[in-house]
Design a protein around this ligand. Sequence first.
Ligand SMILES: Nc1nc2c(ncn2[C@@H]2O[C@H](COP(=O)(O)OP(=O)(O)OP(=O)(O)O)[C@@H](O)[C@H]2O)c(=O)[nH]1
Ligand SMILES: [Mg+2]
Length: 165
Amino acid sequence: MLQKKVCMVGAFATGKTSLVARYVHSIFSDNYQTTVGVKIDKKTINYRGKELNLILWDLYGEDEFQKVRMSYLRGSSAYLLVVDVTRYNTLEKAFSLQNRVEETIGKVPFILVINKSDLTDEWEIDKAEIEKLEQKGWIIIQTSAKTGQGVEEVFETIAQKILEG
Ligand SMILES: Nc1nc2c(ncn2[C@@H]2O[C@H](COP(=O)(O)OP(=O)(O)OP(=O)(O)O)[C@@H](O)[C@H]2O)c(=O)[nH]1
Ligand SMILES: [Mg+2]
C-alpha cells in the first residue's frame, strides 16, 4: 500500500498531538502532556478509491529553549503547520519553521492549521491576516481538536494534495 509521511510542526502547545488524537482515535483531553521527541501514528485514508497510509510524525513543539530538529522532516511528503489562534507568536513561529522546513526538504504541500478556534473570545490572529496569506496561495483551515471542527478536512486535504499535487 502507498505510504506517505506527514509531519506535525509548530510552536509548543498549539495542539499538534491533540489533532492527531482527535483524527486517529476520536479522543480529546484538556490535560497538557508535552511531546518528547516524536510520536508516530498511522491512519489509512480512502481517497477516490485509492488507499493511502498516512504516517503521522507528531514532533515536539518549538520553544525558546529547543528548536525542532530538521532531520525529522526528511522524507516527508507534506506537513501541517499548526498555530494556536489564541497566541499570535505561534503564527510568527510558524513562518520561521516553514522557511526552515522548505530549506531542508524543498517545496512539498503544507497546510496552515489554525487550531483552538473554539476559544472564540481569545482570538489573537485576525481574519485580514488570514486572508492575506490565502491570497498568497496558502491553504488555511481552522480547526478545533476539542470539538472536532475542521479536523477531518485537514487530513483529507493533505492526502488530496499528496496524491494530486
Ligand atoms: N480549547 C482547545 N484546547 C486545545 C485544542 N487543541 C489542544 N488544546 C489543548 O492545548 C494543550 C496543548 O495541546 P497538545 O496537543 O499537547 O499540543 P502540542 O502542540 O502537541 O504540544 P507540544 O507537544 O508540547 O508541542 C492541551 O491542554 C490541549 O488540551 C483545541 O482545539 N481547543
Ligand atoms: Mg505534542
